[in-house]
Write a protein that binds this ligand. Structure first.
Ligand code: CDP
Ligand code: MG
Length: 139
């Protein structure tokens, strides 16, 4: 089964949107394969956002992502990597389609409610940051 790494970011987590966001994935038939609540530290943030180190928004992004608890999830199903990014919507809610997670819950293009892996390679790399094999269920 294809898997993707989702984060319900500190903004959406604090506002109590986890249940509604999970429902948006589950009603598409996707499965929750792993879940945990944690607060990121700078080291996890640097590992997760390694491709963004040095970008102008990086320090603000780390500040936000380490500021409060978030929920990490492994979501599984057919074509889940592409579909979850579609369900989440564009990075900036101003550009996100109606009914997407970011249109509904994101404040701006930084505090934007959710993360999802963008490729099979990213998914494999990102899942390992948060979960051991024992913590992930198959089907
Ligand atoms: O999350 P997504 O893959 O849609 O976007 P990204 O371009 O990979 O950027 C990763 C994250 O960095 C975004 O989700 C934002 O939280 C943050 N970001 C930002 O704060 N300001 C930007 N100009 C671009 C991204
Ligand atoms: Mg990205």
């Amino acid at each position: 089964m294809e898997k993707t790494l989702v984060l319900i970011k500190p903004d959406a987590f604090a506002q109590g949107h986890c249940g509604d966001i999970l429902k948006m994935y589950e009603r598409e038939g996707f499965k929750i394969c792993a879940a945990k609540v944690l607060t990121m530290d700078k080291k996890i943030a640097a590992s997760h956002y390694v491709e963004h180190i040095g970008r102008p928004y990086y320090d603000g992004l780390v500040e936000f992502m380490t500021s409060a608890p978030l929920m990490a999830l492994v979501i599984g199903g057919e074509n889940v990597i592409k579909r979850v990014r579609e369900i989440n919507g564009a990075t900036n809610p101003a550009n996100a389609a109606e009914g997407t997670v970011r249109k509904l819950y994101a404040e701006n293009g930084s505090k934007n409610a959710v993360h999802a892996s963008d490729s099979p390679e990213s998914a494999a790399r990102e899942i390992k940051i948060y979960f051991s094999e024992l913590e992930i269920v198959e089907d």
